[in-house]
Design a protein around this ligand. Structure first.
Ligand SMILES: C[S@@+](CC[C@H](N)C(=O)[O-])C[C@H]1O[C@@H](n2cnc3c(N)ncnc32)[C@H](O)[C@@H]1O
Length: 89
């Protein structure tokens, strides 16, 4: 792939998507999630840093900092699980 790539994973949970990115050769700079229990498995199984923060509070400058120096910027956000969706019944 031409250029350097940086990825940020929103709603990263325990890091399944991040792990897939890393296995595919896409470096992940950070994952954001509000569940503290996700930090250990996320960082144990991935190189990326876990950031305990509501995505509502993530600013453009936070993201710019993660992407600094990268020509290709990947911002990923997974679909919410049923408990987080208003469509669950
Ligand atoms: C589907 S799970 C994540 C699965 C993860 N992407 C993976 O591949 O393993 C959804 C996650 O969203 C997180 N979440 C829900 N609302 C959030 C918010 N406002 N800010 C950050 N994380 C949030 C939950 O704590 C949960 O871990």
């Amino acid at each position: 792939m031409a250029g350097s790539v940086s990825t940020v994973d929103l709603f990263c949970g325990a890091g399944g998507l991040t792990h897939g990115f890393e296995q595919a050769g896409l470096p992940v700079k950070a994952g954001y999630d509000i569940e503290p229990a996700c930090k250990f498995p996320y960082e144990q199984n991935n190189k990326a840093k876990f950031i305990l923060q509501d995505v509502e509070d993530v600013s453009g400058s936070d993201l710019t900092e993660h992407f600094s120096g990268s020509s290709i910027r990947v911002l990923a956000g997974c679909a919410p699980c049923q408990p987080f969706s208003s469509y669950s019944n």
